[in-house]
Design a protein around this ligand. Structure first.
Ligand code: SF4
Length: 388
């Protein structure tokens, strides 16, 4: 697909090949999406990969957390010609099992310290680079607001959330460059569109040569999830920043193609001058952030729960409150810490939090009235008022 966005002044990022496509200045801005099927379910995952690719996804991401899931990759590879990227979690050594079957691996600097804690992160990155070179694949350094490397975070004031993300990304770029590996891109994701703009702008100013993958993490459900992504990504694209993007949405599996459609619409609107940053920022004061779900989701009821939370909170739409709804224990506990109220899903129970404090675990059938009671108590105790 060729859009006028490609001919606007882009940062002079270098070319990075991901399977059959190349990202970077002079190349089309690639739209990505991610499967939410169980990765070990080969047929369902291959079907979703092909569905997303047919809808226009240039790269499709999968989550792989275990050797069992990695063993599904050869069969998935056989069933698709899509450009595949894998999201690596704590066990960085899984990269060697994954790399022969995919085109890119995304690692999170904030997850490298869990596994083999005595080993320096630099050694782990060196290992990932060796694997990437051996198998002729690209890497993405994926920094996320909810899981920044604690050693980097400790160097900054608690209120500064942008500084640690930026520092973490830059130190990984420096190491990759020192290792002579340039086939990588970077992403810096936050759930707040304004922070996504700021951190990516600052990164692009420091490293205009490194391709950026853009996204708002936990943007939530349409239409607000689309609007948050448009607010951040549209503004960055308009400034010539961004080489690939994902509009991540909390939607059922069958509707995942909406991520591609929203990404394509955004590129066209920016290119045609139809994008209005100010209008895109007019969001309800009650902010619901919810993850797009992926193969790690612990109960398929998660998307329905997120929808129910949206419906239940409508009477409080004008109150300045953030509620986070997350699909699993991998990112749920950490990424609900900064919300006023947080839910993260287990297989049978939903964990309820107020800030970083856990209030208890409740059955799916019990959680909504419990959340509502906590919401009302929060408004009362803080004396919150709706927007006039
Ligand atoms: S919170 Fe869990 S289920 Fe949701 S996208 Fe993140 S890893 Fe996947």
């Amino acid at each position: 697909m060729k859009t006028a966005a490609e001919v606007k002044a882009r940062n002079p990022t270098r070319a990075v090949r991901i399977g059959s496509i190349t990202i970077g200045a002079g190349h089309p801005i690639a739209i990505q999406s991610m499967c939410a099927t169980k990765t070990a379910d080969v047929e369902a995952t291959a079907a979703q990969v092909n569905h997303l690719t047919a809808a226009g996804a240039a790269v499709v991401r999968l989550a792989v957390d275990s050797s069992r899931e990695a063993r599904a990759l050869p069969d998935i590879r056989q069933r698709t010609r899509a450009n595949l990227s894998v999201d690596l979690q704590e066990n960085y050594r899984l990269a060697a099992e994954i790399a022969p079957w995919v085109d890119k691996i995304r690692y999170n600097p904030g997850h490298l310290y869990h596994h083999e804690p005595g080993k320096a992160w630099q050694e782990k990155v060196r290992y990932l680079v060796e694997v990437a070179v051996r198998h002729d694949i690209a890497l993405r350094v994926g920094v996320n607001c909810g899981s920044v490397d604690p050693a980097v975070r400790a160097k900054f004031e608690a209120h500064d959330t942008i500084g640690p993300m930026l520092a973490s990304a830059l130190e990984h770029c420096e190491l990759l460059d020192r290792l002579g590996f340039t086939r990588y891109c970077v992403s810096l994701k936050d759930s707040d569109p304004a922070k996504v703009i700021e951190v990516n702008q600052r990164f692009a100013a420091a490293r205009p040569d490194v391709p950026l993958h853009l996204g708002v993490t936990e943007a939530g459900m349409p239409p607000w999830g689309v609007q948050k992504s448009r607010a951040a990504l549209g503004e960055l694209l308009r400034r010539g920043i961004g080489d690939t993007l994902r509009v991540s949405l909390t939607v059922p599996n069958a509707r995942k193609v909406e991520e591609i459609e929203a990404g394509r619409q955004l590129l066209e609107d920016v290119a045609e001058g139809r994008f209005s940053g100010d209008a895109e920022f007019r969001l309800p004061r009650l902010n619901i952030i919810s993850c797009p779900s992926c193969s790690r989701v612990e109960n398929e009821a998660f998307v329905e729960l997120a929808e129910q939370v949206h419906r239940m909170t409508r009477p409080w739409a004008d109150y300045p409150i953030t509620i986070a709804v997350m699909g699993c224990r991998v990112n749920g506990p950490g990424e609900t810490d900064d919300a006023d109220l947080g839910l993260w899903c287990g297989p049978n129970f939903v964990n309820l939090k107020r800030g970083s404090q856990t209030l208890g675990a409740y059955r799916y059938s019990e959680i909504l009235p419990r959340l509502q009671a906590e919401l009302e108590a929060l408004i009362r105790e803080k004396g919150l008022m709706p927007a006039s």
